[in-house]
Design a protein around this ligand. Structure first.
Ligand code: R1P
Ligand code: MN
Ligand code: MN
Length: 406
C-alpha cells in the first residue's frame, strides 16, 4: 500500500507505435533518435553536454530494455547489460489524439475515444464567429496571428505589434488548443487570464481540449521570453479518473506542475507548482515528505516537451534527460517501504522530426520500489495499465479500461 509516485516525463516517447503512420509519425522515436544523434556526436553543445546519451540510472531500471522491446532496435549509449533492476516495458496509446490531456487521462484510466475539435492549417485558422464572440465579450479591438504556429516563433514575429496595438496573439497547433500569447506587463497577466476564461467558454461548442494562456516578457523581438505563468484551461475528463477514484476513497492526490490544470482541477487536493524541471523535481521530493500511506503524487516534467521537444533541440533534450537521471537517486532514496515509483510519458515529441508537433509513440513504463524485483511488464496495450497498476498498488478497485501489471 504505502504511496505511489507517478512521474510523467512530458513527451518522452520510445518509438514503435503501430498506429504512428495514421498520425504521419511512422518511425518517430524520441528516445531512440536523441540517443542515435548523441552517439554520432551530433548531440554536443558547448558548455551543456557532449558524447553518447548518459542516463545510467534509468537504464539500470530498464529504459534501454524498454526501448529495445518497443522498437526492436538497441538504444545507442544505453548499454546496461544485466537484468534490469526495475519493472520495465512500454505502453501504447489507445486515445484518438497524441496530446497532453489524452495521454494523461489515459494514464489515469480514462482513454479519450472521442475526437477533439481541431483547427485547419489555413490563415485565418479560427472560425470568424468564434473570434467575434470572444472579441465582443472581452472588448478586443482585433487579434493577431490566427494561424498554426510555434509559440516562441510567433511571439518573435508578432510580439512588438502586440505591444503597439494591444491586440492579443491567437494561435494553435496539431493539438486541440487555442493558445493566447500576451505581454505580462503591457497587456497584463490577469487580463490575459480573463481573456482565456472567456475563450474557454466559447471554445466548448467546438470541442476544444484546452485554451492556454501564454504570457511573455521582454521588449523586442529578440528578447521576448515566455514565463512560468502559463495557465491551461482544460475541459473535464469524460469519466471519473484514477484521481477522482482515489479522492472518493479518502486519499490525497498531490499534483506537481501542470497536473491539476490537465485534469481541470478535479481530483487534485494539493497543488505544487514549480518553474522548470529542477524545481518540479524539488516539489516532488517535498510531496514525498508530506504524503501519507495510500496517497498519490502525480508529477509532470514539462521542460522535455515545451523547451526541447517542440523546439526540436536535441542537445537540450539530452541534457534535460541526463539531469533528470542524475537526480533520480534522490527520489529513490526518499522512498519508504511499500512505495512504488513509476516513470512514464504522455506522448512523443521527437526533436529530430519534421515540424514542431508531438509524435505518436509508445511510452516507457519503468517502475521501482524498495524490495521490488526487476522483471519485464511487456508491451501494454494501453497507457491505462499504468493508472490501474497504481490503483492495485494503493488498494482501490481496478477500473474497467486497464489491467494491473503488478
Ligand atoms: O509551440 P508552443 O506554444 O510551445 O505549443 C505547444 O504547446 C501546446 C500545448 O502543450 C501544444 O499544442 C504545442 O503546440
Ligand atoms: Mn505533453
Ligand atoms: Mn506539447
Amino acid at each position: 500500500m504505502p504511496r505511489a509516485i507517478l512521474c510523467v516525463l512530458d513527451s518522452f516517447g520510445i518509438g514503435g507505435a503501430a498506429d504512428a503512420e495514421a498520425f504521419g509519425d511512422a518511425g518517430a522515436d524520441t528516445l531512440g533518435h536523441i540517443a542515435a544523434r548523441c552517439a554520432a556526436g551530433e548531440g554536443d553543445k558547448d558548455g551543456l553536454r557532449s558524447g553518447p546519451l548518459n542516463v545510467p540510472n534509468m537504464d539500470r531500471l530498464g529504459l534501454g530494455a524498454a526501448g529495445r522491446l518497443s522498437t526492436g532496435k538497441d538504444v545507442p549509449g544505453l548499454d546496461f547489460d544485466g537484468e534490469p533492476e526495475g519493472l520495465w516495458g512500454y505502453a501504447a496509446e489507445v486515445s484518438n489524439g497524441k496530446d497532453t490531456p489524452s495521454g494523461h487521462w489515459e494514464i489515469a484510466g480514462v482513454p479519450v475515444r472521442f475526437d477533439w475539435g481541431y483547427f485547419p492549417e489555413t490563415i485565418p485558422t479560427f472560425p470568424e464567429e468564434l473570434i467575434a464572440k470572444i472579441s465582443e465579450k472581452a472588448g478586443l479591438n482585433g487579434i493577431l496571428g490566427d494561424k498554426h504556429a510555434s509559440g516562441t516563433v510567433i511571439i518573435a514575429e508578432l510580439g512588438e505589434e502586440h505591444i503597439r496595438t494591444g491586440k492579443p496573439i491567437f494561435y494553435t497547433s496539431a493539438d486541440s488548443v487555442i493558445q493566447i500569447a500576451a505581454h505580462e506587463e503591457h497587456y497584463g497577466l490577469e487580463k490575459l487570464y480573463e481573456l482565456c476564461e472567456i475563450a474557454r467558454e466559447f471554445a466548448d461548442p467546438y470541442n476544444i481540449g484546452r485554451v492556454i494562456a501564454r504570457p511573455f516578457v521582454g521588449e523586442t523581438s529578440d528578447t521576448f521570453q515566455r514565463t512560468a505563468n502559463r495557465r491551461d484551461y482544460s475541459v473535464l475528463p469524460p469519466e471519473p479518473t484514477l484521481l477522482d477514484r482515489l479522492t472518493e476513497a479518502g486519499r490525497t492526490v498531490y499534483g506537481v506542475g501542470k497536473i491539476s490544470d490537465i485534469f481541470a482541477h478535479q481530483g487534485v487536493a494539493r497543488v505544487l507548482k514549480g518553474a522548470g524541471n529542477d524545481q518540479l523535481f524539488d516539489k516532488t521530493l517535498e510531496a514525498m515528505d508530506q504524503a501519507a500511506d495510500g496517497d498519490l503524487i502525480f508529477a509532470n516534467f514539462i521542460d522535455f516537451d515545451s523547451l526541447y521537444g517542440h523546439r526540436r533541440d536535441v542537445p537540450g533534450y539530452a541534457a534535460a534527460l541526463e539531469h533528470f537521471d542524475r537526480r533520480l537517486p534522490e527520489m529513490i532514496a526518499r522512498m519508504k517501504d511499500g512505495d512504488l515509483l513509476i516513470l512514464t510519458a504522455d506522448h512523443g515529441c521527437d526533436p529530430t522530426w519534421r515540424g514542431t508537433d508531438h509524435t505518436r509513440e509508445h511510452v516507457p513504463v519503468i517502475a521501482t520500489g524498495p524490495g521490488l524485483e526487476g522483471r519485464s511488464v511487456g508491451g501494454r496495450k494501453t497507457y491505462a495499465d499504468i493508472g490501474e497498476s497504481i490503483a492495485d498498488h494503493l488498494g482501490i478497485a481496478v477500473g474497467p479500461n486497464g489491467t494491473s501489471f503488478l
